[in-house]
Design a protein around this ligand. Structure first.
Ligand code: SF4
Length: 375
């Protein structure tokens, strides 16, 4: 069994070797969810770049964070603070590091899909959200990097010990690895991009042990992160960068993630945080999450026809989409902070007009009206 100091030595070596020996101008993109694993990875990446001589720092490093636009508010505000600290303090150290935040396109946002197009609440059997909210924005960014620099490496804080599913995914990637040590594996959705998982051998206990001992090289401390996990009894909903990573998002363990997530039966992280101080707003969000699920599971709110024209549970009826949007806007007014943008509301209303026009055409043609535009 490799002890922790050996693992740290290997981690430092592999980071430095890979940074210095691979194609010199191709960027490193470090997936940063703000959770414990990606934070530990960010820690060692920054330590490494600080230890490299300035004239050898030829590869740009990008910390990439994806905001789904429906993130759990307490965790998102913590992540935003971390990103701001990274931005400011690493610039002051004159390191070749930038911080980028991606978001889903407005047309693909949670609310436009759910309330505009009438997609049902995400579920384990129809988890349309991960691809639209997480994978597509990341893949778009990576493709741009590859186009600009001729290649890129995506660093992820994934670990074998996270779950048996994760261990299998890592093993499958290693089998296809172009380098003999299995450190770099081709990204399944982005040609020209490799995935690098330098902390894959660390256990969860080791991650916590290190975060408890270390201080961030960009300033501050890891105490807030540790407290958030403790208060929420949570794991994070991790950075998801390809279709192969979907299984780790919206799993049944308590996780930070979208506050709207109906893939989990109970959002234990949100509920646990709601029990802490200032919990009223979170309770209201949690109740709305349940409301989305209730409406979605009620046949009276769903079209009886699917998009393919067959009988079955189709999308939300138009009146149900209107109802939920009204409730969401009223919740937003009550809470006094943004839950949905004006642009999304306009896109939703535009989609309703298209659906109404289609219904009318169908009725004129003597076919089943489809307030029912199935998903
Ligand atoms: S946290 Fe839930 S709602 Fe958000 S992308 Fe993951 S599965 Fe979907």
């Amino acid at each position: 069994m490799t002890d922790l100091s050996d693992k740290i030595r290997t981690l430092k070596n592999v980071l430095r070797t890979e940074y210095l020996t691979s194609a010199s101008s191709q960027p490193w993109v470090v997936g940063f969810s703000g959770g414990k694993d990606s934070t530990l990875l960010a820690h060692f990446v920054v330590e490494m770049i600080k230890s490299v001589a300035p004239d050898e720092r030829t590869r740009p490093i990008v910390f990439l964070s994806n905001d789904t636009r429906v993130e759990s508010p307490i965790f998102q505000s913590f992540v935003d603070q971390q990103l701001e600290m990274l931005r400011e303090n690493l610039a002051a150290l004159r390191l070749p590091v930038t911080v980028v935040q991606t978001q889903p396109a407005s047309e693909e946002s949670f609310w436009v899909k759910l309330l505009g197009k009438g997609y049902p609440a995400p579920s384990p059997n129809f988890r349309w959200c991960t691809n639209n909210l997480k994978i597509k924005p990341t893949v778009r960014f990576l493709r741009d990097q590859v186009a600009e620099h001729g290649g890129a490496t995506l660093l992820l804080g994934i670990r074998r010990a996270e779950s048996s599913q994760r261990a299998k995914t890592i093993a499958r990637h290693e089998a296809a690895a172009p380098d003999s040590a299995g450190w770099l594996t081709p990204h399944t959705d982005v040609q020209g991009c490799n995935v690098f998982a330098p902390i894959k051998e660390f256990t969860t206990e080791e991650v916590w042990a290190l975060l408890l001992q270390l201080r961030p090289p960009w300033g501050g401390s890891y105490r807030t992160l540790i407290r958030l996990y403790r208060d929420a009894h949570a794991g994070e909903c991790p950075f998801v960068a390809s279709q192969n990573d979907q299984a780790s998002c919206g799993s049944s363990s308590a996780r930070f993630g979208c506050w709207t997530c109906t893939v989990v039966r109970k959002d234990r992280a949100l509920d646990a945080l709601a029990e802490q101080e200032d919990g009223d707003d979170l309770e209201r969000l949690s109740a709305f999450r349940v409301r989305i699920k209730q409406v979605s599971d009620d046949p009276d709110h769903r079209s009886p026809v699917r998009r393919n024209g067959q009988a079955g549970w189709g999308p939300f009826k138009l009146e149900s989409r209107r109802l939920l949007l009204d409730e969401l806007l009223s919740l937003q007014t009550d809470l006094g902070h943004s839950l949905i943008t004006d642009e999304e509301v306009n896109l939703i209303r535009h989609q309703w007009r298209l659906d109404e026009a289609m219904d009318l055409r169908r009725e004129l043609n003597g076919r089943t009206p489809s307030s029912l535009i199935p998903v």
